[in-house]
Design a protein around this ligand. Sequence first.
Ligand SMILES: NC(=O)c1ccc[n+]([C@@H]2O[C@H](COP(=O)([O-])OP(=O)(O)OC[C@H]3O[C@@H](n4cnc5c(N)ncnc54)[C@H](OP(=O)(O)O)[C@@H]3O)[C@@H](O)[C@H]2O)c1
Length: 352
Amino acid sequence: MLDICDTKIWRKNRMNDMTKKCYQLARDLTICRIVNGMWQVAGGHGYIDQELAITDMMRYHDAGFTSWDLADIYGPAEDFIGQFRGRVLTLKGKEELERIQALTKWVPQPGRITRSIVKENIERSLRRMSVSSLDLLQFHWWDYNNPYYMDALKFLSDLRDEGIIKHIGLTNFDTERMQIMIDSDIQVVSNQVQYSIIDRRPEVKMIPFCLENNISLLSYGSICGGLVSERYLERREPSTADLDTLSLRKYKKVIDAWGGWNLFQELLLTLKRIAQKYNVSIANVATRYILDKSAVAGVIIGVRLGISDHRNNNTQVFNFNLAKSDSDDIDAVCTKSNDLFETIGDCGDEYR
Ligand SMILES: NC(=O)c1ccc[n+]([C@@H]2O[C@H](COP(=O)([O-])OP(=O)(O)OC[C@H]3O[C@@H](n4cnc5c(N)ncnc54)[C@H](OP(=O)(O)O)[C@@H]3O)[C@@H](O)[C@H]2O)c1
C-alpha cells in the first residue's frame, strides 16, 4: 500500500487535487480550498451580531466551507469557533465536529518568550475554541531584530509533539527567516501571506522555497477586500471615506502602490471579459487564478458574518478552469505595473 506520508507521493496527490475543492495541508489535515476569513469580525468591518454570526457560520459549514482562518487577536473569533462547535454538537452530533478545521494564529508582542508564556497562550486558545488540540497554529512575529521568535517556535514544536497543536504554520514570514527555521529543524506546514494578481511578491522567492521544502501557502488579500469585483468596475476612484471597511482601505493602498486606479480598471475589464466567458464573477476569476498557482493550498476570503454573503458565488470557483490564454491576458496587464517586491520587499515586509 502506498504511504501517504511519503513526500513525493503526497505532493503528487496534492497537485492532482488542484482544481478540486479540498487540499491536504498535512497528513491528517485536509482543508477546503476557500477558507472563511474571520478578521472581519474583529472590528472595522461593520457591526457583527453574535447570534446572526453563529447562524451564518452554520450556513457556510453546510455549504461545504468548513475551514476557518482566525487569530487570538481577531476580537471574538476564537470564541465564535467555540460557540459554533457547541451549536454543531447540539444540532448534528459529535461526528460532524470532525468536519470543521479551525486555523488560528498566535500573535504575541515581541519580547522574551518562555515555555510557560507559550503554553498559557495556546491553552487560552484551546479554551476559547472549545477544542482539545489546535488543527493549525499559525505564528506571527512583528520584529525580526528580536530573536525570541526562534524560542517561541521551539516551544510550539514541543506542544505539537505533545499533541496540543496538530501542526505549526506561519504567517507573514519572509523566505530568509523560513530558511533559518529549516536549518534549525523547525517543521512548519504553511505560511499565510498576501498574494493576489496585483501582489505577486510570493512568486519571487517564497514559492520556489515552499516547493523545495514541501510547505504550502495560504493566501489572503486575493480579492482585495472586495475591490476585485463588479462593484468597482468602471467606477471612479474611491476616496478613503468611500471605503467602509479596514480591508478595502488596506488594499486600496496596495492598488496605489501597484499602478493606480486606471491600470486597476484595465485589469477589472480584462477579468470581466474572462468571467463572462465562464459565466462567473470577477472575484471568482481572481480566486481561481491564485488557487492555480504552485504551492497554494487555499485562498482565504473574508466573511462579514450576518452582514453580507457571497457563498453561492464563491462556490463557482470550483466549477471552472482558466485557459492559458486567460492567464496570459491577466499577466499582460500586470507587466505595466510596478514591482511590489522591489518597493515593499519579500512576503510580510509590509508589517515590519
Ligand atoms: N495574516 C494576516 O496578516 C492577514 C491579513 C489580512 C487578512 N488575513 C486573513 O484573510 C482574510 C480575508 O481578509 P482580506 O482583508 O484579505 O479580505 P478579502 O478576502 O480580500 O475580502 C473580503 C470581502 O470581499 C468581498 N467578497 C467576498 N466574496 C466576494 C465575491 N464573490 N464577490 C464580490 N465580493 C466578494 C466581501 O465584501 P462585502 O462584505 O463588502 O460584500 C468580503 O467582506 C481575513 O479574514 C483573515 O482571515 C490575514
